[in-house]
Ligand binder design. Structure first.
Ligand code: ADP
Ligand code: MG
Length: 328
């Protein structure tokens, strides 16, 4: 995982809101003013509980949906507001590939493995039949599937094998960034760790960047250089994986970590979350999204939205209490 300083992806003030309710007069804030930079070769983990906006952010980045506001630059080129047709026809379409959560749903049941992997290659790269065959077989080999599998259909594959095909289909066009939306959450634990090892190997070999989405902090901390913690559409903490795991600053990050069974931290004081997340529909713009659920809430937390500010260990945290309190 060699990260250079050149930003591959620069996300600025990115928001996605959905009109909901009767007369669609209310707004669901799925992603709210997110800033994120991803360098070439860097693996960023994106964690947070179900419904916090991870998939929406992943889909925005892969340009599968249009943002309400904000910018996404890929190698300096703004794509968020580029018409879908222009984007589809540009080289940038190849640069960002997605691996979805459920390989069964994302593979066309009528396509053989060969056809599934050849499809993006034909659409985005082109080449002669011979060139395409060579690239498909090389991709199969890279993901650890024998070439005999190329004539099989999805229903003839195990979950792990389907996941490998999903990865082969993404890497075959030689992308710079893989957006991985919970790529292993549909798999058994033993298969999960094999797929994570494969992803780690591929990243090192090809110096790709990853945005690795997961609800499981334990998974991302092993694979990723940095972690972004999301809560109700906003990034509340960002930093090197080690600092996030061993000295979290945001009470929500602490609660996520405390939920991980870890024998090394069995005597630690554990933060437990009470209640459920408040609604993403028309949230109070002047309150911390975590207020009402936060165990260390102050009066200011329902009056002023905390902004992300730098921490001493190279991260960012959005909490009025951060800095004034250290539990590590
Ligand atoms: P996650 O992947 O973290 O579970 P999502 O990005 O799928 O979260 O969803 C974030 C929020 O946006 C949720 O409240 C979800 O219900 C809402 N949402 C997602 N897609 C749509 C849509 N097309 N229309 C309305 N609301 C949506
Ligand atoms: Mg999701």
């Amino acid at each position: 995982m060699i990260a250079s300083s050149l930003p591959l992806i620069e996300i600025q003030s990115l928001s996605k809101r959905y009109p909901v309710g009767s007369f669609r007069r209310k707004m669901l804030h799925a992603v709210d003013e997110v800033d994120l930079t991803i360098s070439q070769g860097e693996c960023i983990g994106l964690v947070g509980e179900s419904g916090c906006g991870k998939s929406t952010l992943a889909r925005l980045l892969a340009r599968l949906i249009d943002p309400t506001e904000g910018q996404i630059k890929v190698s300096g080129v703004e794509i968020a507001n580029m018409p879908a047709k222009t984007f589809g026809a540009s080289r940038l379409r190849r640069d960002i590939q997605v691996v979805f959560q459920d390989p069964t749903e994302s593979l066309n049941p009528g396509f053989t493995v060969f056809q599934a992997i050849a499809d993006p290659l034909k659409r985005l790269v082109g080449g002669t039949g011979k060139e395409i065959t060579e690239k498909v077989l090389a991709a199969l080999n890279d993901v650890g599937l024998p070439k005999e599998y190329s004539s099989r259909y999805p229903h003839q594959l195990s979950g792990g094998q389907k996941a490998r095909v999903g990865i082969a289909r993404a890497i075959v066009v030689d992308p710079k960034l893989l957006v991985l939306d919970e790529p292993t959450s549909a798999l058994d634990v033993s298969v999960q760790s094999l797929i994570l090892k494969l992803l780690s190997k591929l990243q090192a070999q090809r110096n790709m960047s990853y945005l690795f989405v997961s609800h499981d902090l334990n998974v991302v901390r092993l694979l990723c250089d940095k972690i972004a913690v999301m809560y109700l559409g906003r990034i509340v903490e960002f930093g090197p994986s080690k600092s996030i795991y061993f000295s979290p600053r945001h009470p929500y990050t602490r609660a996520l970590i405390d939920a991980i069974p870890d024998p090394l931290r069995k005597n630690a004081v554990r933060t437990k979350l009470e209640g459920s997340a408040s609604s993403p529909i028309d949230p109070n713009p002047n309150a911390c999204r975590f207020s009402g659920r936060c165990p260390v809430e102050l009066p200011i937390c329902t009056q002023v939205m905390p902004e992300l500010v730098p921490t001493t260990d190279g991260g960012l945290v959005a909490c009025h209490r951060a800095g004034g309190e250290d539990r590590s």
